[in-house]
Design a protein around this ligand. Structure first.
Ligand code: FES
Length: 106
């Protein structure tokens, strides 16, 4: 009772080549339940890809919006903010960094 299930990984996870995330865009790591966006060259932000409504994992990103397949919530993948409900809380941000060209989250 009470509290939210933590959505963030408990240990750092390697996501692969930083170059896989397009500059000015974002990439969904569905199996890791993470989204990484790259607002500018060499800058990365990561968010949980687990919907804050009922916990489904987002299934795709179109035009900068992460889509939840369960009830249609949409999130801005550069800020985590809700663009369309029923979700009413943003996607939690997760620390991410590039190390030797590889992204490490958590
Ligand atoms: Fe994502 Fe309901 S779980 S909209």
């Amino acid at each position: 009772s009470g509290g939210n299930t933590p959505a963030t990984p408990t240990a750092p996870v390697e996501l692969g080549a930083a170059a896989d995330v397009p500059v000015g865009g974002a990439k969904l790591y569905r199996e890791r339940k993470l989204i990484v966006s790259c607002p500018a060259e060499g800058q990365y932000k990561a968010f949980s890809a687990q919907c804050t409504h009922a916990g489904c994992v987002l299934d795709k990103i179109d035009e900068g919006e992460g889509n939840c397949p369960c009830h249609g919530s949409r999130f801005d993948v550069s800020t985590g903010k809700v663009l369309r409900g029923p979700a009413d809380r943003p996607l939690p941000e997760v620390p991410v960094r590039a190390e030797n060209g590889r992204l490490v989250a958590g």
